[in-house]
Design a protein around this ligand. Structure first.
Ligand SMILES: N[C@@H](CCC[C@H](N)C(=O)O)C(=O)O
Length: 303
C-alpha cells in the first residue's frame, strides 16, 4: 500500500463530496483511485476535491476537482463549501483564496456556519461555454426534447461557470419531468463538445426558482452549486428574476447573488460525515477518526 493521506467525507446539501488532503505531496489522486472510492457505498461521492499546495502567488491552495468517473471538472460550488469548512476547522481561519481550473476563487465561512464562495464571472459566449455551433444569443439556444411540434423541453439558456451548463425553463413542477431519461442524452448531445450539466428550472417568484440537475459525469444529484449559479444568472439575464435569487435544489436552498461587478456569490451549508485516510494511487482506504490533519473537522463540536 502507498503513502496514505487524510480525507473527509462531507456533503453540500446532499451533493456527496470527498475532501482529500494532497498538500505536501507531489502525486495526484489517480482516476482509478477516485473511481474505486466512488464505487464503494461507504465512500461514494459525486466529486472529490483534492487540496494541493498553491501553484500561484497570493493563493492559499490549488484545488483539483475530480468527478466520480475519474474525469476532471472545472468548478464545483458545493465541493468548495466543503473544502472551506474543512480548512476553517483545521486552521481557525475563515477566509481563503483558491485556484481551480475555473480560475481564482475567494471564499468565507460566516459566524453561523454558512459559507460563501465567489464563483467568479459567468461566461455566455458560445465558444466559452462551449457550444459546437455559433449562437449569438445564448439566452435561448435551439435544442429540444420530444416531438418537433410539441416538445417536452426546449430552448434552454446556456452558460459557463467554468463548467458548461444548459438550463431548460419549465412551467410545471420540476419533478414532473423525467430528467433521469433526458439527462444522459442531453449531457452527451453533439451541441456540447465538452458535454454539459443539464438543469430544469421553474421560476417560483421574482427572486426564487427551483432546480433539478443532471450533472455531467455524476448524473442526478441532490445539489449542484455551479448549476444554481448558472440558473440564477440565466434567470436574471432573461428577465425572469432579479439578480438575487434563492435557488431551491432537492437538497435545500442556496442563495445566489449576481453582483454588479459580475461575480457570482453562492452561499449555503456544508456538512461533515466522517474522516479517514486513503491511498491516492489505489483508493484503498480506512476510517480513522484520529488521522491528521483534515480530520480536525471531525472534532468540530466534540470535546
Ligand atoms: N456538484 C458540482 C458540479 C460538479 C461538476 C460537474 N459534474 C461537471 O463535470 O461540470 C457543483 O456543486 O457545482
Amino acid at each position: 500500500m502507498g503513502e496514505q493521506t487524510a480525507f473527509a467525507k462531507m456533503n453540500g446539501l446532499g451533493n456527496e463530496i470527498i475532501v482529500a488532503d494532497m498538500r505536501g505531496r507531489s502525486d495526484r489522486v489517480a482516476p482509478a483511485a477516485a473511481i474505486a472510492l466512488a464505487h464503494d457505498p461507504a465512500t461514494r461521492f459525486d466529486q472529490l476535491m483534492a487540496i494541493h499546495d498553491p501553484k500561484t502567488l497570493d493563493t492559499d491552495y490549488y484545488v483539483e476537482i475530480i468527478n466520480c468517473d475519474g474525469t476532471q471538472a472545472q468548478a464545483c460550488g458545493n465541493g468548495m463549501r466543503c473544502v472551506v469548512q474543512a480548512l476553517a476547522a483545521e486552521t481557525g481561519r475563515n477566509s481563503f483564496t483558491f485556484e481551480t481550473l475555473a480560475g481564482i476563487l475567494t471564499a468565507e465561512e460566516h459566524a453561523g456556519g454558512l459559507i460563501s464562495v465567489d464563483m467568479g464571472k459567468p461566461r455566455f459566449g458560445w465558444q466559452e461555454i462551449p457550444l459546437a455551433e455559433e449562437f449569438h444569443d445564448t439566452r435561448r439556444i435551439e435544442l429540444q426534447v420530444g416531438p418537433i411540434d410539441d416538445p417536452v423541453l426546449h430552448s434552454p439558456s446556456a452558460a459557463s461557470m467554468g463548467n458548461p451548463h444548459a438550463i431548460f425553463w419549465v412551467d410545471r413542477d420540476v419533478w414532473s419531468y423525467e430528467l433521469e431519461k433526458f439527462g444522459p442524452l442531453l449531457e452527451n448531445h453533439p451541441i456540447f463538445p465538452e458535454r454539459a450539466n443539464i438543469s430544469i428550472a421553474q421560476i417560483t417568484a421574482s427572486d426564487a426558482l427551483t432546480l433539478r440537475t443532471w450533472e455531467r459525469s455524476a448524473g442526478l444529484t441532490l445539489a449542484c452549486g455551479s448549476a444554481a449559479c448558472a440558473a440564477a444568472v440565466s434567470a436574471a439575464r432573461t428577465d425572469r428574476t432579479g439578480r438575487n435569487v434563492t435557488v431551491t435544489v432537492p437538497g435545500g436552498p442556496l442563495l445566489i447573488e449576481w453582483r454588479e461587478d459580475d461575480h457570482v456569490l453562492m452561499t449555503g451549508p456544508a456538512e461533515w460525515e466522517f474522516a479517514g485516510s486513503f491511498d491516492p494511487a489505489t483508493g484503498a482506504w480506512m476510517r480513522d477518526a484520529d488521522a491528521a490533519p483534515l480530520n480536525a473537522i471531525g472534532k468540530r463540536g466534540v470535546a
